[in-house]
Design a protein around this ligand. Structure first.
Ligand SMILES: C[S@@+](CC[C@H](N)C(=O)[O-])C[C@H]1O[C@@H](n2cnc3c(N)ncnc32)[C@H](O)[C@@H]1O
Length: 294
């Protein structure tokens, strides 16, 4: 058996090296106060990989490509994946009671196509994407006739894999209304998990993506960006905000959590609420006059 000789704590120089590397790869800022926490997290990877010192593990990470499995394991240690369905009630009340009825009506009146593209950015295990799908199934009239795409992305490969399974434990389900549970989920008797119905799964796709990179896809009607930028360095916040703004359709809406503190980087958007911003419609276009959402 290999006995780990790793020291208890990172030295200040090692902490600075790791912090720089984490910032470069993820945009996440590690403060000096996190020395103990980071030391403990890295020590778990030393044990798992049989690498003896913080310095050797750092060298190993530098050599590996960021999509290597060990990087994913490391990222799992240093990022928080906390998420649950129907997190932040005010967002879902708006989505269910205003946004979806408005676009339903606009489609019935022939003012917009029956198409809806939504991005759950930094989706963790997919709880937010699944909440979006539940609300659509409940409130978008004639949803079967719509082309609906809900894309969930996260830097964590393991998180994305779990998101694709769309299985949720009791804790993640605690805010799901009772009638939604029975309509949109099936209880898996053996392991106390709830499986999202195929109707919801059909709309959801998940893929790995780093918010610091541009996502090369067509623009979205709605983007949810919640509980991730809170951990980012100001420059990384700015870069991410610029990428996201570029991926909003004219009239498209960005929903952020209060903790994101990103509004200073959303100056190209109209502020509808502290947590809701809209990409202005292109002036004088036919669509701009019709079917806009608030
Ligand atoms: C706290 S969870 C938020 C999940 C969900 N948005 C919510 O609000 O419930 C934060 C997620 O951000 C992801 N993340 C951290 N840095 C990222 C980056 N640079 N690019 C993409 N995702 C990132 C983490 O892997 C983690 O799953």
């Amino acid at each position: 058996m290999t006995v780990s000789t790793a020291p208890d704590l990172l030295t200040d120089a090692q902490l600075a090296d790791y912090a720089k590397l984490i910032l470069k790869v993820t945009g996440i800022r590690v403060s000096p106060q996190k020395k103990m926490l980071l030391s403990n997290r890295i020590r778990r990877r030393l044990k798992a990989t049989d690498i003896e010192s913080f310095g050797d593990y750092y060298q190993q990470l530098c050599k590996l490509s960021v999509d290597d499995h060990e990087w994913d394991m490391f990222l799992q240690e240093i990022t928080t994946h906390e998420t649950y369905l129907f997190r932040d009630e005010v967002h879902w009340d708006w989505f269910r009671d205003s946004f979806l009825p408005e676009i339903s009506l606009a489609a019935i009146q022939g003012k917009r196509k029956k198409e809806l593209r939504i991005w759950s950015a930094a989706c963790s295990t997919g709880d937010e994407a699944c909440t979006i799908a539940c609300c659509i199934a409940d409130r978008l009239q004639n949803s079967a006739k719509w082309k609906i795409e809900i894309l969930g992305t996260d830097i964590g490969v393991d998180a994305v894999k779990k998101a694709s399974e769309s299985l949720f434990g009791e804790r993640a389900m605690r805010l799901v209304p009772e009638n939604y549970r029975s309509r949109f989920f099936k209880r898996q008797d053996q392991d106390d998990l709830w499986a999202a119905n195929p109707e919801l799964k059909h709309w959801m796709k998940f893929r790995q993506h780093n918010l610091l990179d541009r996502l090369m896809v067509s623009p979205f009607d709605l983007i949810f960006l919640k509980n991730v930028l809170i951990y980012f360095d100001p420059d990384a916040k700015k870069t991410t905000a610029a990428h996201l703004c570029r991926l909003l359709k004219p009239g498209g809406i960005l929903v952020t959590s209060a903790a994101e503190n990103v509004s200073e980087h959303l100056t190209s958007l109209q502020r509808l609420a502290p947590w809701r911003h809209r990409n202005p419609e292109a002036p004088n276009t036919r669509d701009a006059k019709k079917g806009g959402t608030r």
